[in-house]
Design a protein around this ligand. Structure first.
Ligand code: CA
Ligand code: CA
Length: 363
């Protein structure tokens, strides 16, 4: 016969076990209910996106916006992405921006957007500049030739800049999208907050200031190389010996070339040297002006430090300067430009050999 305390203990344990089992069943039931509800919500969300239109317009929600302002408000950008696999063509649409950060003293900015694909980076596109606004409507489209396999390994970079005529253009913010993680069955169209620009990638090659003047009646194009700043150091000791080459290309062929004096041991040279070329009104429509900065070395080959080109095949800031010159005949127009790598300029321009010397021509 068991003692009385043992019987009580057995009963107590049994009761506890039953209670535990009941509790478990209750918790399981509750969880299933919640999951079902979640699934329902997801289905509703998807319905909204996959309805009649394949375009998904997503507004950043209020919580995201607050988070952004706490970090440092740079504004947001509405863009679109579409890939045409048959034509291996990526189309990036820059629709509009809103709530941009004011970069100028007057409490506004002069925004434009620069677009390129990483790591390829052979083509850089720019939108028009919108003066004095923090909510520009761009509505521009840019296409990039890219195969599906490299598309999936690439990143599209959209950078919003503030244009300044007499000082360096400042970046307001940027968006980097990894293209491998995108569902290409639909046109993507969405708002995204601008992030702080990545510092690692953008190699700063310095800036150059020059003025352009065209006199159609005299067929004269005058280029004045004024100064450069923040150039890259190429020599031991952290300096360079920069000089500037001014080249003209006609119909994609090297045509005429001049160069400035060499400024020894400086990264901020001042030249104020003027070069005049004879270019007829017919030729000026087909000309590209290539400006390159070189480091002089007495012991070895000279190296390019950066390049830029303006003219009929130019885009963005460079085209703007060229167009300003053409629309203001006889008046010199000066502007600063950021230098880009010689490789990028060479691949964009793809110049052929020198134009044959006139006396060798048949006429
Ligand atoms: Ca500005
Ligand atoms: Ca040198």
């Amino acid at each position: 016969m068991l003692p009385r305390w043992a019987i009580y203990t057995i009963f107590a344990c049994g009761g506890l076990l039953i209670l535990l089992i009941l509790l478990c069943i209750c918790i399981k039931c509750c969880c299933r209910g919640k999951k079902k509800k979640q699934k329902k919500d997801e289905q509703i969300g998807l319905k909204g996106v996959n309805g009649n239109t394949t375009t998904a317009l997503i507004q950043p929600d209020a919580a995201d916006m607050n988070y952004g302002s706490a970090k440092k408000q740079r504004g947001k950008l509405l863009y679109s992405l579409e890939y045409n696999a048959a034509q291996t063509e990526l189309t990036v649409g820059i629709k509009q921006a809103d709530n941009l950060k004011a970069m100028d003293l007057g409490g506004s900015s002069d925004p434009y957007v620069k677009i390129y694909i990483c790591p390829d980076k052979t083509k850089t596109c720019e939108t028009k500049v919108f003066r004095n606004t923090l909510k520009p409507v761009f509505n521009e489209q840019f296409t990039f030739q890219i195969t599906k396999s490299s598309l999936l390994k690439s990143t599209v970079v959209m950078q919003v800049f503030d244009f300044n005529r007499f000082s360096k253009h400042e970046i307001i913010g940027e968006i980097r999208l990894q293209l491998g993680s995108i569902d290409w069955n639909h046109v993507i169209e969405e708002w995204q907050d601008l992030a702080e620009p990545a510092k690692f990638e953008e190699e700063n090659l310095g800036e150059i200031c020059f003025s352009l003047r065209y006199v159609p009646t005299a067929n004269k194009l005058t280029v004045v190389i004024l100064e450069a700043k923040n150039l890259k150091s190429m020599d031991i000791g952290g300096t360079s010996d920069p000089y500037v080459k001014v080249q003209l290309a006609l119909d994609k062929r090297k045509w005429k070339k001049r160069k400035t004096s060499i400024k020894k041991k400086t990264l901020n040279p001042y030249y104020n040297e003027s070069f005049t070329f004879t270019v007829t009104f017919e030729q000026i429509q087909k000309v590209n002006l290539v400006i390159s900065v070189w480091d002089h070395d007495s012991m070895s080959r000279n190296d390019t430090m950066g390049k830029i080109f303006l003219g009929c095949d130019a885009t963005g800031n460079q085209l703007r300067h060229w167009a300003d010159m053409l629309s203001n005949p006889r008046r010199p127009v000066a502007q600063w430009h950021s230098l880009i790598s010689a490789e990028q300029v060479n691949s964009t321009l793809a110049l052929k050999k020198k134009i044959p010397i006139p006396n060798k021509m048949p006429f």
